[in-house]
Write a protein that binds this ligand. Structure first.
Ligand code: ADP
Length: 328
């Protein structure tokens, strides 16, 4: 593809909020696309902290060699409460001007995009790339890291199932997702769970848990897997209730941060690579304040303000399938 003519000479890239597998693949794509178009790319370290403190490093093609396979983020990530203040935003905007950046690419979730929108009001052009294992970014059907996290959780639960089978046990497995149930729903279907508890849908213990375990037992099921999203909470109380109602002694497994690591799957590598390349092109085309998203299977860019005003629920067709499949 021909190199783009543009007034953009130097851009910055940062990762912010919770890390997700594929963030490195996105950084690599941003750097390689920058090199292709003959512009400089600065890596900003530790999320918005790096902007405030001027903690930046120039990234060349050699710096991202071999990065596509690596989980985590070489730029580190952090939360930065100071960025929620006028003073913090002003400091960041000053750094951006001082460093001569003509555009900023941020990889993260909704919080990260709110920060980007706020700093854009100081005249900085920003582009967002959705990266979080929670898939809870409203404007995009898909966020980088979700597929890898689903697979990591699924493989861990498959191992757990072997021992559940041997001991005829009931297990409650908590998966991540913050306040959203996308990961729990997907993993629950993938692992053939007895029940999935999601923060979006208040559950009735008797009908949605105890009855399913009792019914399963009558039909010859010897072990039972309950997947709970972290946003549901009270997992120990749930275990106690199951013990009291069914006589089974459930084991609680919290998968935790394991889900945030690991080499990204092909889906995450390819999505991150395409989004990174597109983010650079979007800046070069002179578009202002955009988010790269997947919408109806296409990769498109949306206005940042419109993107932040959107809401996202669980996919109804997937919920219906989960409902039917956990009835017997
Ligand atoms: P995520 O991007 O995964 O949703 P957070 O919600 O923790 O993660 O946000 C990441 C960072 O983005 C915050 O630590 C802060 O630096 C910045 N941020 C979040 N919300 C705002 C806001 N309203 N204004 C300015 N910065 C924000």
């Amino acid at each position: 593809m021909a190199k783009t003519r543009s007034h953009v000479r130097r851009i910055g890239v940062l990762t912010s909020g919770g890390d997700a597998p594929g963030m490195n693949s996105a950084i690599r794509a941003v750097v390689r696309a920058s090199v292709h178009h003959g512009i400089e790319c600065l890596g900003i370290r530790r999320g918005y902290n790096g902007l405030i403190n001027g903690d930046v490093v120039e990234l060349k093609a050699k710096d991202v060699n071999g990065l596509i396979t690596r989980g985590g983020t070489i730029l580190y990530t952090a939360r930065c409460p100071e960025f929620n203040t006028e003073e913090g935003l002003q400091k960041a905007a000053n750094s951006i001007k001082y460093l001569g950046m003509d555009g900023l690419i941020v990889v993260g979730g909704d919080g990260t995009f709110r920060g980007a929108r706020d700093v854009s009001r100081y005249g900085v052009n920003v582009v967002g790339i959705p990266g979080t294992i929670d898939n809870d970014v409203a404007c995009s059907n898909y966020t980088i890291g979700f597929d890898t996290a689903c697979n990591t959780a699924m493989h861990a639960i498959d191992k757990l199932r072997d021992t559940m089978q041997s001991h005829e046990r009931c297990s409650i497995v908590e998966v991540m997702g913050r306040n959203a149930g996308h990961l729990a729903l997907y993993v629950g279907i993938a692992c053939g769970a007895t029940a999935m508890l999601l923060p979006e849908l208040p559950y009735n213990f008797d009908k949605d848990v105890a009855e399913k375990i009792r019914g399963g037992r009558i039909r010859g099921r010897t072990h039972h897997l309950i997947i709970a999203a972290e946003g549901v909470g009270h997992i120990d109380e749930l275990a106690t209730s199951i013990k009291e109602e069914t006589g089974m002694d459930p084991r609680v497994t919290i998968l935790g941060h394991i889900q945030r690591g690991g080499s990204p799957t092909a889906r995450d590598r390819v999505t991150a690579s395409r989004m990174g390349e597109m983010a650079v092109r979007t800046l070069l085309e002179g578009k202002r304040n955009r988010v790269i998203v997947i919408s109806n299977r296409e990769m498109v860019d949306l206005d940042m303000d419109e993107a932040l005003a959107m809401e996202k629920g669980l996919q109804i067709s997937m919920l219906n399938a989960a409902y039917i499949l956990t009835q017997i």
